[in-house]
Write a protein of this length. Sequence first.
Length: 81
Amino acid sequence: MVRCKTIIAHLSEYVDGEATPEMCHMIEKHLRGCHRCTAVYDSTRKMLVITGDERVFEIPSGYSARLHRFLDKAILEGSAS
């Protein structure tokens, strides 16, 4: 049986369609029985769909200022330790 570590190491090749036929078969067989690797696979596919989407999303009003305040605070707290 193929270990999760092997599946994860070859998952991007599989998603990109660049895995060997043998590796594809092993990954598909493993995914049928492993919920953890299936979750990683689903998340990887969804992330590729999201990042490949060329649509522009509107950032909520005030988000940038809140983000900068949060980052400034985190940087100050990090430098104090």
